[in-house]
Design a protein around this ligand. Structure first.
Ligand code: 13P
Length: 258
């Protein structure tokens, strides 16, 4: 089973809509200069909500092969939910991917595995692909309990999701201690947990579903380390934070030499 690699840039709360336009244009230009083949990997940018419409305009006008996503979604359909953004609104803007359960939302907005699962179901029901994030903090890692911790997050987040939907979903393993710290998990660390996630999907569903689901690594990914991480059998791509804010650097990450 060959899974198409996926390189996604999570911009977090950075860049206004004008800066977003120049980053996407810059990224496309660097990829064009490098003769990047979009059949080789899915390239995704994940801007703040306020930039999505602008990103859509650039992608459509220039017919770019770049997809875009959102960093969160409401579990509510519509109505009196101040500050929330619905799946239907995102879908209308051509959003293809939705990040759910990023550790920053789990930490600062108290998102539970159950809520993360609900958001994943809402994304899927809206025809979009959830990027379901999981990952342990430093204490858990020091105690050697990272696999156990992540699998319990996965069990909670996948509850009630069909095999077919899991097969088209993306799971991102992002150890919290490696996010924005410059501290990268070793390729072996990434493989240990990404492999365990895939095995869990096989146990919960079946081997075909496990073979189809894409599992990403995230945490201080750069052009200088992406290749060795991607070389691991159960790592299908990367969810990139800081390094995705620079057009040339992200284009190098996307165009990693397999
Ligand atoms: O949280 C991340 C992506 O979602 C990783 O961020 P950094 O690449 O900045 O470590």
């Amino acid at each position: 089973m060959t899974r198409k690699p996926l390189l996604a840039g999570n911009w977090k709360m950075n860049l206004d809509h004008l800066e977003a336009i120049s980053l996407v244009e810059g990224l496309a230009a660097h990829l064009k200069d490098a003769n990047f083949d979009y059949d080789k990997a899915d390239v995704v940018v994940i801007p703040p909500f306020t930039d999505i419409r602008s990103v859509q305009t650039v992608v459509e006008a220039d017919e770019l092969g770049i997809a875009y996503g959102a960093q969160d979604v409401s579990v509510h359909e519509s109505g009196a939910y101040t500050g929330e953004v619905s799946a239907a609104m995102l879908s209308k803007l051509g959003v293809k991917y939705i990040v759910v359960g990023h550790s920053e939302r789990r930490e600062y907005h108290n998102e539970s595995d159950q809520l993360v699962g609900e958001k994943a179901r809402v994304a899927l029901a809206g025809g979009m692909i959830p990027i379901i994030c999981c990952g342990e903090g430093l204490d858990v890692r020091k105690a050697g309990k990272q696999v156990e911790h992540v699998l319990s997050q996965i069990d909670g987040a996948l509850e009630g999701i069909s095999a077919e939907d899991v097969a088209r979903s993306v799971i991102a393993y992002e150890p919290i201690w490696a996010i924005g710290t410059g501290e990268v998990a070793t390729p072996e660390d990434a493989q240990e947990v990404c492999g365990a996630i895939r095995e869990r999907v096989a146990e919960l569903y079946d081997q075909n579903t496990a073979d189809a689901v894409r599992v990403l690594y995230g945490g201080s990914v750069k052009s200088s380390n992406v290749k060795e991480i991607m070389a691991k059998p159960d790592v299908d791509g990367a969810l990139v934070g800081g390094a995705s804010l620079k057009a040339e650097e992200f284009s190098k990450i996307v165009n990693f030499e397999a």
